[in-house]
Design a binder for this molecule. Sequence first.
Ligand code: ADP
Length: 265
Amino acid sequence: MIELEQVSFRYQNEASHVLENINLTIEHGEWVAIVGRNGSGKSTLAKLLNGLCLATSGVVRVNQTVLTDESKHQARHYIGMVFQNPENQFVGTTVADDVAFGLENLAVPRETMIKRIDQSLEQVDMTIYKDHEPSRLSGGQKQRVALASVLAMQPEVIVLDEATSMLDPIGKKQVLSLIQELQEQLGVTVIMVTHDLNEAALADRVITLDEGTVWFDGKPRELLEKGDQLHEVGLEPPFVTKVYQQLTRQSIDITQEPLHYEELV
Ligand code: ADP
């Protein structure tokens, strides 16, 4: 369980807070999407959850332990984080080395390590790239490897910060269904930063940030029902929602009338 109590955060040497008075509890096994416009504080919030940033005031508790400079390393054993830009995450000379790196830090026995590397590369469909140099992969392939590195560590919580942004639509679908599987079958807690409400709609719960505060916290359906209000916080309703709204607003019979595309985009 992750708890944030009255959390505010300000970057060093900056005058104003990026996050203010955040109160949240994320339960084991929940799939939470964090949405909001650029600069609303999503990445900073994600970093507070695994101790990459420490609260300026208030408390972040992970499994009852308050995150501090001393305790944050412990938290990283069970919270895996995949960033938007996987470049920053590569350390190995081959894809397999890279996935092995986190496991070496956890002192996982060699046999188990080999199994976990193979299994996680298979989960992200990257087995054939095992001996490739990470820097030569495409953006989407790098994101898959970054995800494999985290999966291999078998974390209780996975924090994904725009981690599917470079994947093609099929790749995105594959990764999202893998995440769904991990959550449903293994009870992994998933926290996913995204600007895409199509993705957020898959979560159990959506937290919407606006200028560093929580603007909405609830079910995706309730968020989508806010309709045009979503624009106020820089969000765009999913295409399918707009089609549905247009049909119901005008009682259009889809078999008889063309849709007005310009209202949908
Ligand atoms: P989001 O993920 O929603 O785009 P971020 O959490 O990345 O938002 O950023 C929130 C605010 O914090 C922005 O105004 C951004 O400029 C600022 N910020 C982010 N990282 C740093 C940093 N390392 N130092 C100073 N300011 C930062």
